[in-house]
Ligand binder design. Sequence first.
Ligand SMILES: [Zn+2]
Ligand SMILES: [Zn+2]
Length: 103
Amino acid sequence: MAATTSPESYAPSTCPVDLFFDLDLALTTEEKPASGNPSPDSYVSGMPWDLSAAGICTVCMEEFGAGRGAKRMPCCHVYHDTCISTWLVIDRSCPLCRLPITF
Ligand SMILES: [Zn+2]
Ligand SMILES: [Zn+2]
């Protein structure tokens, strides 16, 4: 068996194309942030509505009007959409149970 020279061993391991790919990826990532939208409004708009909310909103201490509904937090506490939106600007946690809200 004679030693055969593989054509692959001839090619250099450093490929300049990799460099271009990295640059392209970096530029693309910079242009559109993956999930960097720190807006309480957009978070509140994604919260589920609780149309049968009863009792009072502990932010404004007013009753939930019939038919108006309320926004339900992940901890199941409910608030007026405007109230919790304003609250989250100041404090990113549930006013009642202090559950941390990340957005
Ligand atoms: Zn309220
Ligand atoms: Zn809560």
